[in-house]
Design a protein around this ligand. Structure first.
Ligand code: R5P
Length: 373
């Protein structure tokens, strides 16, 4: 056919013209599903975990007989001299299924929650503006989760709700988080999918060696932890107890009593969502040993904020008050000062998070991965 002038316009060579056949060939190689090509990105504070997630994803993909190359964009954010965050993307992301990994609190990098949150929000907005098909925020430690309700006397706001609103406004259309302070926070995210991963599977595995023992009891440090502790107790066939705690002032906790049957109990397993100042575990462990006659305490905690006061308290509990072992995760990057404690074990979340990403990417159930009561 004779060429018209318009057909000879110099567009050739600027990119492959896509045909249905070529598109199908590329899909497998690009790990592309109906949600788009898999793309994992990290903001700077989340890079430590993102790298491990990518490595684990590739290993599992190869093990399962698939292609092992995950597209990974590291450290998409940087700062202007006035401290504003900015995000740049080196490649087109049109139609991609994006997972942004960020540590909202990073004690080793200065631990600025607001700056880290802002970087994640700006990254989400960037991917959204550049045409990504899905933007999932992977925020293992959901900062502001403790501000989940207005307090009656102190006139505090529901900031956890504000952060959900900002996330959605930024373009985040799904959230993955690990052991949030309250699972009811899910409601703040309205109709977008928000996977609040349960730590129960991890701690059932960690404490499995105590299963069914008559001399072991699981203890909740406060009312908020009682549900998780009940689930752990049922899963391991152990009795439970609950402490009555109040705070006379910030960073100080007083345990007035521990409700439960401690007759013939030697070992206490304590489960909490977080160690911040360490005041809660300090008061509880001392009480268990001094008043309830416990001889060994094991502590499982989803988030350790790596505060110096907590380190001092844990060391004292280990040295003088029968605290044998502390198991935490790397939802917050753990500082050297904590990693060097011989009685503290850090469990990496990369396997859990990469399997969750894999499920979402292929539109499969996430809950199938986890232990349920
Ligand atoms: C409280 O509701 C939480 O579950 C933790 O027990 C608390 O945040 C721990 O804080 P700290 O280590 O400062 O006592």
């Amino acid at each position: 056919m004779e060429k018209t002038k318009a057909e000879t316009q110099p567009h050739a060579g600027r990119g492959v013209f896509i045909t249905p056949e070529q598109y199908t060939r590329e899909q497998a190689h690009r790990m592309e599903t109906t949600r788009g090509r898999l793309l994992i990105a990290s903001c700077r504070a989340g890079a430590y975990l993102a790298e491990q997630i990518v490595q684990r994803y590739e290993a599992l993909a190869i093990q399962a007989g698939g292609p092992g190359d995950v597209l990974y964009l590291a450290d998409v954010d940087y700062r202007f001299s006035d401290s504003e965050a900015c995000v740049r993307l080196d490649i087109p992301v049109n139609g991609d299924d994006v997972f942004i990994i960020q540590a909202l609190f990073d004690p080793a990098m200065g631990g600025n929650v607001d700056q880290n949150y802002m970087a994640a929000l700006i990254a989400a907005r960037t991917f959204r503006e550049q045409g990504a098909s899905h933007v999932t925020a992977v925020l293992p430690y959901l900062a502001y989760g403790r501000q989940d309700k207005p307090t009656r006397f102190m006139r505090e706001p529901t900031t956890a709700r504000l952060m959900a609103d900002l996330s959605i406004a930024a373009g985040i259309d799904a959230l993955i988080t690990w052991a949030p302070h309250r699972t009811q926070i899910r409601g703040f995210y309205g109709s977008i999918p928000a996977d609040m991963l349960t730590p129960l599977t991890l701690f059932v595995e960690v404490f499995d060696r105590f299963r069914g023992r008559d001399d072991v009891i699981v203890v909740a440090p406060d009312a908020g932890a009682s549900k998780a502790v009940t689930h752990l107790g049922r899963a391991l066939d152990l009795k439970c107890a609950i402490a009555s705690k109040h705070r006379p002032q910030q960073e100080e906790a007083v345990v007035t009593e521990v409700i439960g049957d401690f007759a013939h109990k030697r070992v206490a397993l304590v489960l909490d969502d977080m160690i911040s100042s360490g005041g809660t575990v300090y008061a509880l462990v001392k009480r268990l040993v001094e008043e309830a006659g416990i001889k060994e305490v094991y502590l499982g905690v989803s988030h350790n904020l790596c505060m110096a006061s907590a380190r001092d308290r844990l060391v004292e509990l280990h040295t003088d008050h029968k605290l044998k072992q502390v198991v935490v995760t790397n939802s917050v990057p753990q500082t050297r000062a904590f990693r060097s404690l011989p009685f503290l074990e850090v469990r990496c979340l990369s396997d859990t998070l990469c399997r969750t990403i894999n499920r979402i990417h292929y539109n499969r159930s996430v809950s199938e991965l986890f232990y349920h009561e």
